[in-house]
Design a protein around this ligand. Structure first.
Ligand code: SF4
Length: 493
């Protein structure tokens, strides 16, 4: 039987998934909740789900993470998980003193049909005499989505549940930009402590919704906002909560994260900048909700990787802040252009496969097309129906031969596909390692999860600086491979 025939049979009759090119939907929710100040992520489901997610998050971020669960068993699958959900929240209040509990559903609770919003309402009525944390919830059935969909659904749900349209009033000219992201000045806090209109304290000019990027990326974005003198609220902010300094004692809830008060004021910012070409096409993003509900203008951008997408980000910042791009960033841009020229001889025509979550793939593809690599396959476990369009949007005027784009793919299918594509390298998460080992080609690790290398949480991907890092890694991987394959070894390459 020919190899071609085998693939055909699999495509027609194969109904399972072999090593999915995606992760579980509530896992993305847990990461997003972890980026909100004082929050304990809580899974309404079994302990096994929580254990699986903790394992993945810890292996990438190398940080302890507690994910509470309602610890459901077979009995609850029949009679409903409401009592355990309530008991679990009380336990989290007792053991953690959490300011916020972020509740995500799982496959089990979605299947049995637990009405979490209704249960939380009951909980507030039953325990209204206690000091209750802010309870946020999101629906994340994993059989209908990926970790990145869970992440974005959480960002939108948090905005939906915390930002109210009736509290929105336009800023007056006397309300100047304040001292930092979502911060209150002491003068304002004192003056307004007896009032019930916290929105007038807003100091953020811009809401920044970056998607699932690394803590290093978030730190970089904060630096950029500072350089533009543009106070912003970044949601979520995992820069400290998932990459914290060493502590003498274990902190059950790490410092950092986007303050709830800052989120409540997001409807008063001058603009929202949101990354994600695919996300925008789904019409279901947090930035779109802020625009619809509060009239906050939305800059819907791709991931700022590569010159063009980064230029769009910096242009948006110029418009929002009223400042020109600071010299520091102009220099970084200039150095990146220089590196594009210098690296061209190594990269031009090299065949590359990109896989992972859709928006990161689109961002990487935009960059790889600019540097002259031949993108032969873009594959994702996501199934938004928008991936092809988004890839076309960033490649159509640059590449002569568009890449093959595959949605809803698993690693079995990627492996079958690359047999005939003969790539020089793969770019994606650690999950592609076995493919590159078999093919004897380099793997450039990006995205989530990276659990077979150290420092995934410190990898910078965004901006001119992050693009430069990626470019250096790609070029060096090609040089290293060339050296390894050469009988002579080192030489002037
Ligand atoms: S895929 Fe479903 S069952 Fe599996 S860990 Fe995620 S929520 Fe739990």
């Amino acid at each position: 039987m020919s190899k071609k025939l085998k693939i055909k049979q699999k495509t027609e009759a194969y109904v399972s998934t072999t090593n999915a090119c995606k992760l579980c939907k509530p896992l993305g929710a847990c990461i997003a909740f972890r980026g909100i100040e004082g929050t304990v992520p809580f899974l309404h489901g079994s302990q096994g789900c929580a254990t699986y997610m903790r394992r993945y998050i810890i292996s990438h971020f190398r940080e302890p993470i507690d994910i509470a669960s309602s610890s459901l068993s077979e009995k609850h699958a029949v009679y409903g998980g409401g009592p355990n959900l309530k008991k679990g929240i009380l336990n989290v209040m007792d053991k953690y003193g959490a300011k916020v509990v972020g509740i995500a559903t799982t496959c089990l609770t979605e299947t049995i049909g637990d009405n979490v919003s209704g249960l939380l309402k009951e909980f507030k009525e039953e325990f209204g005499d206690k000091e209750l944390p802010t309870l946020l919830n999101v629906s994340t059935p994993s059989y209908s989505g990926t970790h990145i969909e869970g992440f974005h659904a959480t960002v939108r749900a948090v905005i939906d549940q915390l930002v109210e349209s009736e509290t929105v009033e336009p800023k007056t000219s006397s309300q100047s930009p304040g001292v930092g992201a979502g911060l209150f000045t002491s003068e304002q806090t004192e003056k307004d402590s007896s009032e019930t209109r916290p929105y007038i304290l807003n100091t953020s000019k811009v809401n920044l919704l970056p998607g699932l990027v690394s803590p290093a990326d978030i730190r970089y974005l904060k630096e950029v906002l500072d350089d533009f003198n543009c106070p912003g609220t970044i949601l979520p902010d995992i820069s400290e909560t998932l990459d914290a300094p060493a502590q003498m004692d274990y902190e059950k809830i790490p410092e950092g994260g986007t303050p709830i008060a800052a989120i409540q004021l997001m409807g008063h910012s001058d603009a929202t900048i949101e990354f994600g070409q695919v996300l925008q096409r789904t019409g279901n993003s947090g930035g779109q909700l802020l625009a619809e509900r509060c009239g906050v203008p939305l800059y819907a951008l791709g991931m700022p990787i590569g010159l063009r997408e980064c230029d769009r980000f910096f242009e948006a910042l110029e418009e929002v802040s009223g400042c020109a791009t600071p010299r520091k960033h102009q220099l970084e841009r200039g150095r990146l252009v220089d590196a594009y020229v210098d690296s061209h001889k190594y990269l031009f025509g090299k065949r590359v496969v990109v896989y992972g979550e859709e928006d990161l793939c689109v961002g990487l593809t935009a960059f790889l097309a600019e540097i002259g690599m031949k993108i032969v396959l873009c594959a994702s476990g996501g199934n938004s129906g928008q991936f092809q369009d988004a890839i076309n949007a960033v490649t159509s005027d640059i590449v002569s031969e568009p890449p093959i784009v595959k949605e809803g793919f698993d690693f079995y299918e990627i492996s079958e596909e690359i047999e005939s594509l003969d790539p020089d390298m793969l770019i994606g998460t650690s999950k592609g390692y076995s493919l590159t080992k078999k093919q004897q080609i380099p793997l450039i690790r990006v995205g989530f999860p990276i659990h077979d290398r150290f420092g995934g949480q410190r990898m910078l991907h965004l901006g001119y600086r992050g693009t430069q890092n990626l470019l250096d890694r790609i070029v060096n991987a090609i040089i290293e491979k060339k050296q390894a394959d050469s009988p002579v070894g080192y030489g002037y390459l």
